[in-house]
Design a protein around this ligand. Sequence first.
Ligand code: G6P
Length: 483
Amino acid sequence: MPEETISKPALHPGSSDFIVVSNRLPVDRVSTEDSDDGWRRSPGGLVTALAPVMASREGAWVGWHGAPDEELAPFHHENMDLIPVALSADEVELYYEGFSNSTLWPLYHDVIAPPEFHRTWWDAYRKVNKRFAAAAAKTAAHGATVWVQDYQLQLVPQYLRALRPDLSIGFFNHIPFPPPEIFAQLPWRAEIIDGLLAADLIGFQRPSDAANFLRSARRFVGAGVKAAQVQIKDEEGSVVHISRAAAFPISIDVTTIQELAVRPDIINRARQIREDLGNPRTILLGVDRLDYTKGITHRLKAYGELLNEGTLTVEDAAMIQVASPSRERVESYRLLREEVDGMVGRMNGQFDTILHTAVRYLHHSYPVEEMVALYLAADVMLVTSLRDGMNLVAKEYVAARGDNTGALVLSEFTGAADQLKSALLVNPHDIDGLKAAIMRAVHLAPGESSRRMRAMRRQILTHDVQRWSEDFLTTLATQATPV
Ligand code: G6P
C-alpha cells in the first residue's frame, strides 16, 4: 500500500455518495525496484486533473491498480477510498493494450496510427466494462453520483444504469471524439454510442467533440437530438431518459503549481538545471508521455534543422525532452521509442560539444516538484501534439510562470489551444512553420512575451480544475431524468 495509506475499517458497500470510475486508480502498483513501497502516482493527464478534485470531495475511486492478476481489497489513500478492480494478464492485453489503446486511442486521435479491429478485443472490452460497472454499483449509496471517465469505459454508463437506475451518471471523455466520418470505421459504433447515451451528462473537452458525438448519435443510432439533448424513448414512444452532451474543458490544480513555483528549493533547482546544461541562452522544453499523438518527432526534426542550418547553436539553445514511458508493450509505442531514440542519438552525435548537448532526453517520469523546476528553467515550452484532447502540460507551464516570462509554442490541434489563444499557435505538420515559431519564441521581445503570458495566466487562474469539476457536477445535478 502507498505510504500515506491509513488503515481504516474496510469501506461499507453501498455507502459512497460520490464515485469516480476510471481505468486507472491514482496510484499504480510497480516493482519495488521502481519505488520504495511498490506504488507510484499513475501516469497521464486524467489522474493529474482528478486527484485534487477527489481529495477535496472525499469520494470513492474505482479503478485498476496497474498490475495484472492481482486482487486487492479496498483501501484508504489521501482522503479517498480506492476500490481496485482486478484485470487478468489476458484482459490487460485484450481490453487495455488492445481495444482501448490499439483500437480506440488511434481511432479517436485522427487515425495518426492505424486502428486495429478485433472481435476478441471487443469481447474483452465489454466484459471488463461490466466489471467496472458492477464495482461502482456495489459501492454507490442510493441516489449517488457516479462520474465515469474516458474512452476505456464507454459502456459503463449503460451497464451501470441497468444495475442501478437510481444513480445520477456522468461521463467525461478526456480525449477527442472523432468526426462521424472516422468514427464510422468502428464495427461497434452503435454499441459505443448507446453505452454513452445512458449517462445523464456526457462531457467533452471541446464543443467540436460534443458536436461530433451528437452527429454520430444521430447517424449511427438514429437518436433524436435537440439543443444538445438526446431523448431516449421506449417502444411506445415515451421518453424514458434524456442525455445531454456538452463541452467542459478540463484544467489543472493551479494553486498547487503556483505554490511550488515560488518555493526556494524549487527555484534553486531550476537554476541548477540551467547550470548543469552549461548555461545555454535559451532552454527549450518538451514534456510528454512517449506517445505518437504528441508530435515529438516533428519537434525534434524542426529543432534539428535549425541546428543544422546554423540558425541555432547548442550554445544558444538546448532542448530538454522528458518523455515518460507509456504503453510500452503496444507495437506502435515500441516503434515510436525506437524512432525517438534514434533521432536523439543522431542529433546529439552530430551537434553535441564537450560542454553542450543538443537534446537532454529523459525517458522517465518525475514528481511534480521536478516538473515545476523544469517549467521555471524553460524559456520556451514546446507542445506540438498532432492531436490532443486538452494537454495539461501547456496549462501547467503557464501556471508556473508567475513573473510572466517565457513563451509557449502550442499546437492548434490541442484542446488547450481553444483557451490559450495568446500562445504562439502552430501546425506541427508544417515543419517550416514550426521552425519559425520556435525562432519567434526564442527571440520574443520581453514586452510581447509578458503580454501573451499575462493573457494566458488570466484564463488559467480563473479556470482551474475545481471549477471544471463544479461546472460538470452542477450541470449533472440539474439534468433531470424522468425515470
Ligand atoms: C491519457 C488518457 C488517460 C490515461 C493516460 C495515461 O491521459 O486520457 O485515460 O490514463 O493517458 O495512459 P495509460 O494508458 O498509462 O493509463
